[in-house]
Design a protein around this ligand. Structure first.
Ligand code: NAD
Length: 285
C-alpha cells in the first residue's frame, strides 16, 4: 500500500503507528502534478483540504486538488485498470432545501461564495469521476462523507467537535455561531471507515451517503461536550458565517439497504472515546 500526501494539511505523526508495516510506504508529493507510484489495484482519493479553516486558507489549492488532482488520480486508475473511490462530501448538498439529504438531491450551493472553493471542487470531482466511468470505463465509487470526528483531528481546524472539546477542556467559552439551533450529524471515525470500505467493496458506483443520521443542534452538541469533559465553560454566541448550512443530516437508507451498514457509536460514546486524544492535544492531560 502506498499513501501519497503533500502534507498541506496532513501530518506525518498521524502515520507513525504504521511506520513498521512491511507493506506500507508514504510518498510526499502533490497529486496536482502527474504522478505514478507503480501498479495499484485500488486508488482511494482522499486528498483535499477538508476543514473550513483549511479550505479557506488554501482556496486555490482546494480547487486544484479537486480538479487537476482528481484527473491525475483517475489517470492512475485508468492506466492500471484499478478500481477508484473518491471521498466526496455532504457539502455537495450546500445549504439543503431537502431534509434529510438523499443521494438523489442535487443540492443548493452558492457557486461563488466563500465555501464554493470546497463545495464546487468536490462537485467537479464527482463529475470527473462519473465521466471517467462513462467514457473510459474506470470502475469508480463515490462516497459522500458527512461530518466525521475522532482522535487525530487537528485542534484548530474550525470544525465543531475539536473546537468545543478544546474550549471545554481549557475552560474557555464555547463559541456558538448564530443561535445554535442549526443542526449537524456527527459520525465517529471507525463507523465512517467501515462504511467507506463497504462502499469500496460494493458493486454500486454511488454516490452513497456515509454519515450518522442522529441529528443534533449545535447547542445540544455543546451540552454533550460539556457533559463528557465535566467542564463548566459558558457559551459565547457569535454571528453566523456566510452560507453556513442550517440543517445537515444524511438519509442513509441506501447504505443500509445496499451495504448493511449503519453507525454503531452514538455521540456521547464517540466523545468519550476521543477524550484522551483531545486532552493531550489541548495540553491539559
Ligand atoms: N472529516 C470530515 O468530516 C469529512 C467530511 C466530508 C468529506 N471529507 C473528505 O475526506 C477526505 C479526508 O478528509 P480529512 O478530514 O481526513 O482531511 P485531512 O486534511 O486530514 O486529509 C486530507 C489530506 O490530503 C492531503 N492533501 C491535500 N492536498 C493534496 C495534494 N495536492 N496532494 C497530495 N495530498 C494532498 C493533506 O495534506 C491531508 O493529509 C477529504 O477529501 C475530505 O474532503 C471529510
Amino acid at each position: 500500500m502506498v499513501a501519497v500526501d503533500n502534507l498541506l494539511t496532513g501530518r506525518m505523526t498521524n502515520l507513525e503507528h504504521l511506520q513498521h508495516e512491511p507493506n506500507f510506504a508514504v510518498r510526499q508529493l502533490d497529486i496536482c502534478e502527474p504522478f505514478d507510484c507503480g501498479h495499484v489495484d485500488y486508488v482511494y482519493h482522499f486528498a483535499c483540504p477538508a476543514s473550513p479553516v483549511d479550505y479557506s486558507t488554501h482556496g486555490i489549492a482546494t480547487l486544484r486538488v479537486g480538479s487537476l488532482g482528481t484527473f491525475n488520480a483517475l489517470e492512475i486508475a485508468k492506466k492500471y485498470g484499478a478500481k477508484y473511490l473518491i471521498s466526496s462530501t455532504s457539502e455537495c448538498y450546500g445549504d439543503p432545501l431537502q431534509h434529510p439529504q438523499k443521494e438523489t438531491y442535487w443540492g443548493n450551493v452558492n457557486p461563488i461564495g466563500p465555501r464554493s472553493v470546497y463545495d464546487e471542487a468536490k462537485r467537479f470531482s464527482e463529475a470527473a469521476t462519473a465521466a471517467y466511468r462513462r467514457y473510459h470505463k474506470v470502475d469508480t465509487r463515490i462516497v459522500r462523507i458527512f461530518n466525521t470526528y475522532g482522535p487525530r483531528m487537528q485542534l484548530n481546524d474550525g470544525r465543531v467537535i475539536p473546537n468545543f472539546m478544546k474550549q471545554a477542556l481549557r475552560g474557555e467559552e464555547l463559541t456558538v455561531y448564530g443561535d445554535g439551533k442549526q443542526t449537524r450529524s456527527f459520525c465517529y471515525v471507525s463507523d465512517e471507515i467501515e462504511g467507506i470500505l463497504r462502499v469500496a467493496r460494493s458493486a454500486d458506483s454511488g454516490p452513497i451517503n456515509i454519515g450518522n443520521p442522529s441529528e443534533f443542534t449545535i447547542l445540544e452538541c455543546a451540552q454533550q461536550v460539556l457533559a463528557v469533559t465535566g467542564s463548566k465553560s459558558r457559551i459565547r454566541y457569535e454571528p453566523l458565517p456566510q452560507d453556513d448550512p442550517k440543517q445537515r443530516c444524511p438519509d442513509i437508507s441506501k447504505a443500509r439497504e445496499l451495504l448493511g451498514w449503519q453507525p454503531t457509536i452514538d455521540l456521547p460514546t464517540g466523545l468519550k472515546k476521543s477524550l484522551e486524544y483531545f486532552r493531550l492535544a489541548a495540553g491539559v492531560a
